[in-house]
Write a protein that binds this ligand. Structure first.
Ligand SMILES: *Cc1c(COP(=O)(O)O)cnc(C)c1O
Length: 384
């Protein structure tokens, strides 16, 4: 079932891939292997390949195999955070003098890492609107080693055409990475569309319960995986066994959750588009969304993230954020509970004044899996 071409369905792989009953006790659930080191049968005599828990841990292995299976990749690597995975991926693929193409509305932390950290090591970058394939092609330079895509993007829900950009990247001899955090493998599998690497902040939909921070890299390119594994061990941004276990537990219900997130988001979108105080709703499931056609081609459903522009400017947007009762005012996304936030003052405050700056009248919601009607009523009341 960990073979990337297994015929088993998504939900079956989520529950079984990498998760055989424990060979010593029969424990049906993969145990939390809380150990830093492993007894050896004579010098170098490793029992199951494990020698030290930074290098490998059986709970982490189960998570890595399950993630690889769900993304239809050959190899998975788990990290202590999405940023740990991002840093590992970029340092494995770039050397001083190399160039990266990134979304002009990239996740703030990704932009900060490239702009404020990797730039000191001589890695150059060009932010472009990834919904425009010609703009991506124009941004490629002879030293471009990586094209980095998020789709849908955060918080503007822009859509990039994964298959089309894969072609552009590969034509230029660059590696193509897709941050699949917003869609999750339940809705979109970029490796099947030509991506070389899929990245996750497993903190979000994969973990799904807002109780653990983590990241992952999945690829079918064995050379890349070896480079990721070398840095995973060599730089050490690894998750502990309890974090790996919580994330694996979250994965088991990913398909169910993504369906309910999508159902609820559809109800909320329907109510928002009709509301006189909402100027614009950004959701790739809306036929009026500029990326709808591409999204419909590459996503199974459109997920639980919605942004909208409130009539009345920043003040009105902040008021809505402070008036909801079920939608909790908080950063992050992808958990079972609904969250609301003001990107301009919260998640994307660091983009102020840059080309990644977001509109001040924008509100972002992460629609949870509560009863959909309650969520709609809560938002309508907050809008007044
Ligand atoms: C949250 C997030 C990250 C960073 O992940 P952490 O787990 O917070 O380190 C990267 N990309 C996207 C799209 C995210 O939403």
């Amino acid at each position: 079932m960990t073979d990337s071409t297994t015929p088993y369905g998504f939900a079956t792989r989520a529950i079984h891939a990498g998760q055989e009953p424990d060979p010593t006790t029969g424990s049906v659930i993969v145990p939390i292997h809380a150990t830093s080191t492993y007894a050896q049968d004579g010098v170098g005599g490793l029992r199951q390949g494990y020698e030290y828990s930074r290098t490998g841990n059986p709970t982490r292995t189960a998570l890595e195999q399950c993630l690889a299976s769900l993304e239809r990749g050959k190899h998975g690597r788990a990290f202590s955070s999405g940023m740990g995975a991002t840093d590992t991926a970029l340092r494995a693929m770039c050397r001083p003098g190399d160039h990266v193409v990134i979304p002009n509305d990239a996740y703030g932390g990704t932009f900060r890492l490239i702009d404020k950290v990797l730039s000191h090591w001589g890695v150059e970058h060009t932010p472009v609107a990834l919904s425009d394939v010609d703009a991506v092609r124009a941004a490629i330079r002879p030293n471009t080693k990586v094209v980095w895509v998020e789709t849908p993007t955060n918080p503007l829900l822009n859509i990039a055409d994964i298959a089309a950009i894969a072609e552009v990247a590969h034509h230029a001899g660059a590696k193509f990475v897709v941050d699949n955090t917003f869609a999750s493998p339940a809705l979109q599998t970029p490796l099947e569309l030509g991506a070389d690497v899929v990245l996750h902040s497993t903190t979000k939909y994969v973990g799904g319960h807002s109780d653990v921070v983590g990241g992952a890299l999945i690829t079918s390119d064995s050379e890349l995986d070896a480079a990721f594994g070398f840095l995973q061990n060599g730089a050490g941004a690894v998750p502990g066994p309890f974090d790996a276990w919580l994330t694996l537990r979250g994965l088991k219900t990913l398909e169910l959750r993504m369906d309910k997130h999508s159902d609820n988001a559809e109800l909320v979108v329907e109510a928002l588009v009709k509301h006189p105080k909402v100027k614009k709703v950004l959701y790739p499931g809306l036929p009026t969304h500029p990326g709808h056609e591409v999204a419909a081609k590459q996503m199974r459903r459109f997920g639980g993230m919605i942004s909208f522009i409130v009539d009345g400017g920043e003040e009105a947007a902040l008021a809505v954020c402070s008036r909801t009762k079920l939608f909790t005012l908080a950063e992050s996304l992808g958990g079972v509970e609904s969250l609301i936030e003001h990107p301009g003052k919260m998640t994307h405050a660091s983009t102020a004044g840059s080309m990644l700056e977001v509109p001040s009248d924008l509100v972002r919601i992460s629609v949870g899996i509560e009863s959909g009607d309650d969520l709609v009523a809560d938002l309508l009341e907050a809008l007044g």
